[in-house]
Design a protein around this ligand. Structure first.
Ligand SMILES: *[C@@H]1O[C@H](CO)[C@@H](O)[C@H](O)[C@H]1NC(C)=O
Ligand SMILES: *[C@@H]1O[C@H](CO)[C@@H](O)[C@H](O)[C@H]1NC(C)=O
Ligand SMILES: *[C@@H]1O[C@H](CO)[C@@H](O)[C@H](O)[C@H]1NC(C)=O
Ligand SMILES: *[C@@H]1O[C@H](CO)[C@@H](O)[C@H](O)[C@H]1NC(C)=O
Ligand SMILES: *[C@@H]1O[C@H](CO)[C@@H](O)[C@H](O)[C@H]1NC(C)=O
Ligand SMILES: *[C@@H]1O[C@H](CO)[C@@H](O)[C@H](O)[C@H]1NC(C)=O
Ligand SMILES: *[C@@H]1O[C@H](CO)[C@@H](O)[C@H](O)[C@H]1NC(C)=O
Ligand SMILES: *[C@@H]1O[C@H](CO)[C@@H](O)[C@H](O)[C@H]1NC(C)=O
Ligand SMILES: *[C@@H]1O[C@H](CO)[C@@H](O)[C@H](O)[C@H]1NC(C)=O
Length: 832
C-alpha cells in the first residue's frame, strides 16, 4: 500500500488491471438471457472458465457449428455440438438466441435450423447457462429458483462427460446415445453409437444402429461394475464414483471424477469407445481405456469389400480388383463407404458378353475371418460350390468348409485379414471380372527370342556378381560386422537380419516392440528387440543406449548391443532360456508348478533388480512396465528384469505406451491416469500387484468363464486385515506347501505397495528388507480403490474355497479396520 501511495505508475497499473478484469467479466458471461444473442465470434464461458460455447469450425472444415469446448485446451477440444447435421457458412449473420422459450439457432436467412424444442412459452425469464461441468442448461423462472427445461447432458453428442447421463428416459421414451462423428471434420452423426440396452441393463456399441459388436455386460448391483468390465474396480482414485440408476422414470449410468482431473469418454470415429484424461504436462490426451481393444474388432470398419488388417497401416485395404469408393473420405480415415469394383462383373452385364464372353473368376484369399454367410448349401466339392455361386448373378463370394458351401450375396462387410498369431482363419473366394485376374501381358514370339538370348548371356554375368557379393557378405559376417562401442556392440542391420533368419522366430511382443530369437556366428543365442515408435534421433538414441548399457546387475537382463540405421532401432540382449515369468506362474498344463520357495526367490530377486534401477544407478530409472511378461528367468530361475530404460528411450509419449500395453492395465498405478508426475512408486505399485499373482498363481483381474468377476488383491487384503487364514489365498496347485510367515509377509507388503497414495507405499529398498526378513511390516490398510470390492465380497466367487484351511496362526486385532482406511498406520513397526 505504501508503495502505491507514492507511486502513480503502480496505481495506474492496478487501475488498468481492474479494468481488464471487468472487461473480461463482461465478455465471459456464462448466460444467454432473453434479450441477448450469440453471433460471429462471440462466446459464453462457464463461471470457472472451464468451458466455452460459440460458433466453431472443426479441423479444416469450412462450415460453422455451435460447439462447446474446453477453454484451456487447444488440442481436440470439442465436447458437444448442437447443430450436428446443419452447419452454417456465415457465422456473423447467423445467431443463437432464446425464442419462444427455446434456445434456437437461426441460419443466415433467419430460418431456425436447430432448437432445444421443448417448451413453447412466452415467458421472458427463460435463459441458457453454461455450467462448469460442461452442461448447457435452459431454465425458466427467477434466478433464485430456476426450473430446468432442457440440458445438454440429456442430449449428448459424441462425448460423455463426467456427470452426464447415457441411458433411457421412460417419460419421453427416448434413448440417449453417444454417436460418433462421421469423420474427423464432420460432426454429423456417424455409424458408431453407444447406448443402453434396457432389456439387460448393459451398454452396447453398435454399427449403423442395428449391429452390436461390443457389450459391457449387465450392471452388477453388488460389485458396482459391469460384468464384462472388471477393470472398473481397479482404477484407483481416478474414477471413484459410478452410479447406475433405474426407476420408473429413467435408467442411466453416470460417473464422476475428482475435479482436478479433466476426463472424458468419447465414441470415436474409429468405432472404439475411448476414455481419456488430459495430461497437462505433455499437453495431450492420454488414452487409458478403450473398447473394443483392437481396431479390427469394430464391425465393418473398412466398409464393403474392405479388409481390416491389425498389422497394416492404414488398417483398411480394398480387396484386389476394388478401389476406395471415396478417396477423400478414405484420406480422412473414414473407411465406412468401403470399396467398389474396378471392373464390372460379366454376369448380368450385357456389354461384356458382347465384348468377350469370358466368365467371372474367383480370387482366393486365405487366412480370413469371415462375416456371417447369406446362405449355406451342402456341396460335394469346391467346383460344385463355385458353380453354385457362378449361377447366381447376385453371388459375390463363396467359401467351403468340408462339405458346407457358404454363399454371400450383395456387398461383403466385416472382412478381416488375420496374421499368424491371430489363428488360421478361412479361405474366401471373391468373385471378380476375369480381366482382373489375368496375369500381366506376355511378350510376343519375336521379342521373346531376343530376350531369352540376352538373358542367357547376362545370367552368367549376374551369377558371377551374386557369387562375389555373397562371398563378401559371408566374410563380413564371419568378421562379425559389429563394432564395439564402449561396452556395447554396434550391429549392422543385415547382420541381425541374418542372425535372426530374417526375424522369423518371434519370442514375444511388448509395449515397445517385438522380440526375436537370434544366433550370432559364435553361436551365442540372443534376443533381438525391434523397437517401434522411436521419437528420438540417432545421437540421442546412442547416448541413452550407452547409459542403459552400463547398467549391470544379476537381476537385470544384460544389453549386449544395438543397431541404429536410418529409422531402424534394435536392441540385442542375452537370451533367457526359461522364458518369461507369466508362462510359469499362470496355469499352463505344459509347465511345472513353481514351488513357493522359487516364487519367493523370484520376487526377492526382482525387487533387488528394481532397487538397483531406482536407487543405485547414476540417473534413477523408472521401469514403467513391471508385469510378469517383463520378468525373464535365466538358469535356475534367476529372475531378470527386462525392458528397463525403454520408457525413457521412447520418450514420454505415454498415450502410445498405454495403448500398446493392451490388457495389462491391471498393473498401472493410479497416478498414471491422473496425470501427475510419475515416480519410482509407480513401479512399486505394479510390483505389489504382481506379488499377489505370486501368491494366487493367476492374474488378478480375470473374469470367470460365466462372466462373473473376482479381484484377488481385495480378497487378500481383507483376509490379512481380518486375520483370516492366509493359506486359503494360496495357489491351489501348491496344495498348502508354503511358509506361512513368508506368505503373510508377501501379502502384507503387497497390500502396502498398492496404496492409492504413493507416499504410503514403501520404497523398493524397504520392500527388499521386508522380504529378506530384516524388518517387520505392520498391518496395511485397504486401498480405497479396493473398498468397493470388500463391501460386497460375499457375492464374489474368488476361488474354490476347498483349498487348505489348516492353520490360522496369524490373528491380529482388527476391530477398527475401517478407521485404518482413513489414517493408515505406519508401514514399518520395528527392526528385528
Ligand atoms: C434486457 O436487457 C436489459 C439491459 O439491456 C436488462 O435490464 C433487462 O433485465 C434484460 N431483460 C431480461 C428479460 O433479461
Ligand atoms: C488441414 O489441412 C492441412 C493441409 O491440407 C493439413 O496439413 C492439416 O493436417 C489439416 N488439419 C487437420 C486438423 O486435418
Ligand atoms: C437456411 O435454412 C433453410 C432451411 O434449412 C434453407 O432452406 C436455407 O437455404 C438456409 N439459408 C442459407 C443462407 O443457407
Ligand atoms: C421440433 O420437434 C418437432 C416434433 O416434435 C419436429 O417436427 C421439429 O422439426 C422440431 N424442430 C426442430 C427445429 O428441431
Ligand atoms: C445403414 O442402415 C440403413 C438402413 O438400415 C441403410 O439404408 C444404410 O445403407 C446403412 N448404411 C451403411 C453404410 O451400410
Ligand atoms: C415406464 O413407464 C410406464 C408408464 O409410462 C410404466 O408402466 C413402466 O413400468 C415404466 N418402466 C419402467 C422400467 O419402470
Ligand atoms: C418420476 O417423475 C415424476 C415427475 O416427473 C416425479 O414426481 C417422481 O418423483 C419421479 N419418480 C422417481 C422415482 O424419481
Ligand atoms: C440386357 O439386354 C437385354 C436385351 O438386349 C435387355 O432387355 C436387358 O435390360 C439388358 N440387361 C442389362 C443388365 O443391361
Ligand atoms: C455351415 O455354414 C453355415 C454358415 O456359416 C453355418 O451356420 C452352419 O452351422 C455350417 N454347417 C456345418 C454343418 O458346419
Amino acid at each position: 500500500m505504501d508503495i502505491m501511495k507514492n507511486n502513480p505508475i503502480a496505481m495506474l497499473a492496478v487501475l488498468f488491471l481492474s479494468l481488464l478484469f471487468m472487461i473480461h467479466i463482461c465478455l465471459g458471461a456464462d448466460t444467454i438471457s432473453a434479450n441477448q444473442s450469440l453471433s460471429g465470434d462471440q462466446t459464453i464461458v462457464s463461471a470457472g472458465g472451464i468451458f466455452e460455447l460459440g460458433f466453431h469450425k472443426p479441423g479444416n472444415s469450412s462450415k460453422y457449428y455451435i460447439c462447446m469446448w474446453y477453454k484451456q485446451i487447444s488440442v481436440d477440444n470439442i465436447v458437444w455440438v448442437a447443430n450436428r447435421e446443419k452447419p452454417v457458412s456465415d457465422r456473423f449473420s447467423s445467431e443463437l438466441r432464446i425464442s419462444n422459450g427455446n434456445l434456437v439457432l437461426f441460419n443466415e436467412s433467419k430460418i431456425p435450423i436447430w432448437s432445444t424444442n421443448v417448451s413453447s412459452t412466452t415467458s421472458t425469464s427463460v435463459s441458457a447457462v453454461l455450467r462448469d461441468d460442461g452442461n448447457l442448461v435452459l431454465t425458466d423462472g427467477p434466478a433464485t429458483l430456476p426450473r430446468p427445461l432442457w440440458e445438454s447432458f440429456d442430449n449428448p453428442a459424441h462425448i460423455w462427460l463426467p456427470g452426464s447421463k447415457i441411458g433411457y428416459d421412460n417419460r419421453t421414451k427416448r434413448n440417449q446415445r453417444l454417436i460418433s462423428w462421421t469423420n474427423s471434420e464432420d460432426p454429423a452423426p456417424g455409424l458408431f453409437s453407444l447406448e443402453l440396452e434396457t432389456s439387460d441393463n448393459s451398454y452396447r456399441i453398435r454399427w449403423n444402429v442395428s449391429k452390436s459388436y461390443w457389450t459391457s455386460g449387465s450392471w452388477n448391483k453388488n460389485l458396482k461394475i459391469f460384468d464384462r468390465v472388471p477393470e472398473m474396480g481397479t482404477r484407483g482414485n481416478f474414477v471413484p464414483d459410478f452410479t447406475f440408476v433405474t426407476d420408473v422414470n429413467e435408467t442411466y449410468f453416470t460417473y464422476s471424477v475428482d475435479n482436478t482431473i479433466i476426463s472424458r469418454t468419447v465414441m470415436d470415429v474409429s468405432g472404439q469407445l475411448k476414455q481419456q484424461s488430459w495430461l497437462g504436462s505433455t499437453k495431450e490426451w492420454n488414452l487409458f481405456w478403450t473398447q473394443p481393444q483392437r481396431q479390427c474388432e469394430v464391425y465393418a470398419f473398412c466398409g464393403a469389400y474392405g479388409s481390416c488388417n491389425e498389422k497394416s497401416l492404414p488398417f483398411c485395404n480394398c480387396l484386389r480388383g476394388f478401389e476406395p469408393k471415396s478417396q477423400s473420405d478414405w484420406d480422412l480415415k473414414d473407411y465406412s463407404a468401403g470399396c467398389r469394383r474396378k471392373t464390372k462383373l460379366q454376369c448380368g452385364n450385357n456389354i461384356s458378353i458382347v465384348q468377350n464372353g469370358e466368365r467371372d473368376k474367383f480370387l482366393q484369399m486365405s487366412s480370413m475371418s469371415l462375416p456371417e454367410a447369406t446362405q449355406a448349401v451342402t456341396t460335394a466339392n469346391n467346383e460344385e460350390c463355385e458353380s453354385t455361386c457362378l449361377s447366381d448373378c447376385s453371388c459375390t463370394a463363396y467359401a467351403l468348409d468340408s462339405n458346407n458351401c457358404s454363399i454371400w450375396t450383395g456387398d461383403i462387410l466385416n472382412l478381416k485379414q488375420l496374421s499368424e498369431d491371430e489363428g488360421t482363419g478361412k479361405t474366401l473366394y471373391v468373385r471378380l471380372a476375369a480381366s482382373e485376374l489375368r496375369s500381366p501381358k506376355k511378350h510376343n514370339g519375336a521379342v521373346t527370342g531376343v530376350v531369352v538370348g540376352v538373358a542367357a548371356g547376362s545370367a552368367v554375368l549376374l551369377g558371377l556378381i551374386v557369387l562375389l557379393i555373397l562371398r563378401q557378405r559371408k566374410k563380413a559376417l564371419r568378421l562379425g560386422k559389429a563394432v564395439v562401442e564402449g561396452s556395447l556392440m554396434a550391429f549392422d542391420y543385415r547382420y541381425l537380419q541374418n542372425a535372426t533368419q530374417n526375424f522369423s522366430e518371434k519370442l514375444g511382443g511388448g509395449g515397445f516392440g517385438s522380440v526375436f530369437k537370434g544366433r550370432l556366428p559364435d553361436s551365442t543365442v540372443v534376443a533381438v528387440k525391434q523397437l517401434e515408435s522411436m521419437s528420438q534421433g540417432e545421437k540421442q538414441f546412442r547416448t541413452e543406449i550407452s547409459t542403459i548399457g552400463t547398467i549391470q546387475h544379476v537381476n537385470l537382463v544384460r544389453l549386449r548391443g544395438f543397431c541404429c540405421e536410418g529409422r531402424k532401432r534394435l536392441l540385442v540382449y542375452d537370451y533367457m532360456s526359461n522364458g518369461s515369468l507369466d508362462s510359469h506362474l499362470f496355469q499352463n498344463k505344459n509347465s511345472n508348478v513353481l514351488d513357493w520357495n522359487t516364487r519367493y526367490q523370484i520376487a526377492l530377486g526382482t525387487a533387488r533388480g528394481l532397487v538397483y534401477l531406482h536407487e543405485k544407478c547414476r540417473d534413477c530409472i523408472i521401469h514403467c512396465d513391471i508385469k510378469p511378461e517383463n520378468i525373464l528367468l535365466g538358469d535356475e530361475y534367476c529372475p531378470k528384469v527386462a525392458d528397463f530404460g525403454l520408457a525413457k528411450l521412447v520418450g514420454r509419449d505415454f498415450s502410445r505406451v498405454l495403448t500398446t500395453m493392451r490388457g495389462t492395465r491391471g498393473y498401472l498405478a493410479p497416478e498414471w491416469i491422473s496425470g501427475v508426475a510419475i515416480t519410482p512408486k509407480a513401479d512399486v505399485y505394479s510390483f505389489g500387484i504382481m506379488l499377489f499373482e505370486f501368491v494366487s498363481g493367476r492374474r488378478n483381474t480375470e473374469p470367470f468363464a460365466d462372466g462373473r468377476v473376482k479381484f484377488f488383491p481385495s480378497w487378500a487384503a481383507s483376509i490379512i486385515i481380518e486375520g483370516g487364514d492366509v493359506l486359503a489365498l494360496l495357489d491351489p496347485n501348491l496344495e498348502g506347501n508354503a511358509d506361512v510367515e513368508e506368505l503373510t509377509r508377501v501379502c502384507r507388503v503387497a497390500c502396502w505397495c498398492i496404496q492409492d497414495d504413493e507416499t504410503h507405499r514403501p520404497s523398493m529398498g524397504q520392500v527388499v528388507q521386508i522380504l529378506e526378513g530384516a524388518i517387520d511390516v505392520n498391518l496395511p490398510s485397504i486401498p480405497r480403490s479396493l473398498e468397493i470390492f470388500i463391501e460386497h465380497q460375499e457375492n464374489i466367487i474368488f476361488f474354490t474355497e476347498s483349498s487348505s484351511r489348516r492353520s490360522s496362526q496369524i490373528r491380529s486385532n482388527t476391530s477398527n479396520a475401517s478407521s485404518e482406511v482413513k489414517s493408515p498406520t505406519p508401514l514399518l513397526s520395528s527392526m528385528s
